[in-house]
Design a protein around this ligand. Structure first.
Ligand code: MG
Length: 167
């Protein structure tokens, strides 16, 4: 049977905001620390964007999900930068003979407003993937006040990736 030369993956993640506002709170998105009234609850740094991205990469290769690789019960991953998790997932992708063709990432958040941070997030992810910026798309939308993101209860992210076989 002929081996495929492309594989698609989809990822989705949600993190909930802490109930209490904190003076110096921030949320991590794409490895960028963004000041906000509330932090996101998580075992790791709660980077919902990178978690969805990792899940899409793992999904493309049928390698399970981020939780099966980095358990939220494992103290080694407490507070860990999700850039470290992404690096490990990208290592698995490369090890199996694939490279990132492109990624399309969509954040869903009513708050914080992400338009001023989008560029920094975009640059940071392209750097983390060691690929040209035009292979990465970072988009952000609100839900017009509807649903859990609209009520500012948390942030969601959708990710789609295309992997291309190397060589
Ligand atoms: Mg997560």
């Amino acid at each position: 049977m002929t081996e495929p030369v492309m594989r698609i993956g989809h990822g989705f993640d949600v993190h909930r905001f802490a109930e209490q506002a904190e003076a110096d709170a921030q949320v991590m998105l794409g490895g960028v620390a963004i000041p906000h009234s509330h932090r996101l609850l998580a075992h790791s740094d709660g980077d919902v964007l990178l978690h969805a991205f990792c899940d899409a990469l793992l999904g493309a290769l049928a390698l399970g999900d981020i939780g099966s690789h980095f358990s939220d019960q494992d103290p080694r991953y407490r507070g860990i930068s999700s850039l470290v998790l992404l690096a490990e997932v990208l290592r698995l992708v490369k090890e199996r003979g694939w490279m990132l063709g492109n990624a399309d990432l969509t954040l869903v958040a009513q708050a914080p407003r992400l338009s001023t941070w989008r560029e920094a997030i975009w640059e940071n992810i392209a750097r983390a993937c060691d690929c040209p910026q035009d292979r990465i798309s970072v988009k952000a939308t609100t839900t017009e006040g509807l649903g859990y993101t609209g009520r500012r209860e948390g942030i969601a992210c959708h990710a789609v990736v295309l992997l291309v076989r190397c060589g």
